[in-house]
Write a protein that binds this ligand. Structure first.
Ligand code: ADP
Ligand code: MG
Length: 248
């Protein structure tokens, strides 16, 4: 039997007086790669943010459990310590902050491991090599002059190095070229094999068609309206989401 890992029970959440998530139920088992697709404005990013504990949103009812522990009242950094990861957002480039230095501090605070920058860089090089990332990146400043695709590679590298138990990727494919998408797909496969559970939010069939996904969920208007196998992709490709939205 697969172990339930992340359990979302009847979750309602939103901002101020606007309810965005309207009764989400979703169970993700250890080792799963689950996918959420759905029209724009469905609440997918809100769900990712709420799972990670963003203070922008308020949970009005329902529970988020991870490893049988209730997360509702934990801050983002505490959830990260529990093993949750949401690819960091980079609203601005951070000149002068080196990627390695940045990740080193994140690593130390999340894992409580006291590893020297020297050892850490060795580890970073090892993980970069494993995923096929050019290590000259590593000496660059945080997102300074990185292309969209390079930023996405850095997000994946963060997962490889921080080794969260559960990683959420919210539209990591946006702005990626074909090689970038392939890189993300291959990386997800490698990291999943190493034990990381994934929740992938995407619009792109290409990103997930070669991955052995456990479940595909379709979200609309704040609810999961359909869950099924990868076969649902064919239906989505043919007619879009409209078949799934009829009774919402
Ligand atoms: P998706 O990721 O599925 O496209 P979002 O979660 O981004 O959907 O948004 C769902 C709905 O909630 C949209 O109508 C969006 O405008 C609204 N929303 C999300 N976050 C905020 C926010 N911080 N302030 C105001 N409205 C928001
Ligand atoms: Mg979104």
């Amino acid at each position: 039997m697969k172990q339930d890992y992340l359990k979302i029970e009847n979750l309602y959440a939103g901002i101020l007086d606007k309810e965005i998530l309207k009764g989400i139920n979703l169970t993700i088992s250890k080792g799963d790669v689950q996918v959420i697709m759905g029209p724009n404005g469905s609440g997918k990013s809100t769900l990712a943010e709420v799972l990670m504990g963003s203070e922008e949103y308020t949970v009005s009812s329902g529970d988020i459990l991870f490893n049988n522990k209730k997360l509702n009242n934990l801050k983002s950094f505490q959830r990260a310590k529990e093993g949750l990861f949401l690819a960091f957002q980079y609203p601005v480039e951070v000149p002068g902050v080196n990627f390695g230095t940045f990740l080193h501090s994140a690593y130390k605070s999340i894992t409580n491991k006291d590893i020297s920058i020297f050892e850490f860089i060795l580890e970073l090089k090892k993980e970069s090599k494993k995923l096929g990332i050019d290590e000259t990146f590593l000496s660059r400043n945080l997102n300074e002059g990185l292309s969209g695709g390079e930023k996405k590679r850095m997000e994946i590298l963060q997962i490889a190095i921080l080794k969260p138990k559960f990683a959420i990727l919210d539209e990591i494919d946006s702005g990626l070229d074909i090689d970038g998408v392939k890189f993300v797909t291959e990386s997800i496969k490698i990291l999943n094999k190493e034990g990381i559970t994934f929740l992938i939010i995407t619009h792109q069939k290409k990103l997930i068609e070669n991955i052995n996904i456990s479940k595909l969920n379709i979200m609309s208007k704040g609810k999961i309206v359909k869950s099924g196998t990868k076969e649902l992709l064919l239906q989505i490709e043919k007619v879009g989401y409209k078949d799934f939205l009829k009774n919402v």
